[in-house]
Design a protein around this ligand. Structure first.
Ligand code: 6LA
Length: 182
């Protein structure tokens, strides 16, 4: 067996590939809108899909207003990524997730470290917030995010597509059989 050829794809092409696999659904109109932001709830759904996690229903671990409600479409995904140890919310004591906030670049880095089990480097040199410095450095060193980004700023859907595609390649590689030449 051999790993399938990974040609250089554009963010749009990666989005299209992830959409076919049901990992991204597109914005309300089904389109990529790569320049837009994404909420933490939406990203929890994407991570659930790309990691192949089982949705968790009937459990409400967070205390955010309106969270504990069967009509909260995002709760099964947020519970799934929480159970898997990939997201933990913004406040462990108050149990706050903040599902309507946008995903920041440093939050993306935190997710990547946990999803891909990246090692936190000993040498850390970046402008991320204290809790994210190690994860941001790990993601930079792995080539998953640029060192020049505003880590406290929102991650664009384009960046989230690129990162998710990288996770998908590692977690769900396409293995094609290779017949030996005779
Ligand atoms: C509880 C805590 O220390 N949270 C950190 C950080 O781990 C969180 O990462 C994610 C990706 C999450 O797990 O939900 O986004 C929010 C981050 O909040 C941080 O504390 C402000």
């Amino acid at each position: 067996v051999a790993f399938a050829d990974t040609a250089k794809l554009s963010a749009q092409e990666k989005f299209d590939a992830l959409k076919v696999k049901g990992i991204f659904a597109g914005d309300t109109d089904g389109l990529a809108h790569l320049e837009r932001d994404m909420t933490r709830a939406e990203f929890a759904k994407v991570i659930t899909k790309v990691m192949g996690l089982k949705e968790v229903t009937g459990t409400y671990s967070y205390n955010d207003k309106g969270y504990n409600n069967p009509k909260n479409w995002a709760a099964p995904y947020i519970e799934a990524v929480s159970l898997a140890g990939i997201m933990q919310g913004k406040d462990l004591t108050k149990k706050l997730f903040d599902q309507k906030a946008n995903v920041t670049v440093q939050e993306l880095a935190e997710v990547l470290v946990k999803a891909l089990k990246l090692e936190i480097p000993t040498k850390v040199d970046n402008t991320a917030t204290e809790w994210a410095k190690g994860s941001v450095q790990a993601a930079i060193n792995a080539g998953l995010i640029s060192k020049d980004l505003n880590f406290q700023g929102n991650a664009s859907r384009s960046l989230l597509v690129e990162a998710t595609y990288a996770v998908d390649l590692i977690k769900n590689p396409i293995v094609v059989p290779v017949t030996s030449a005779t």
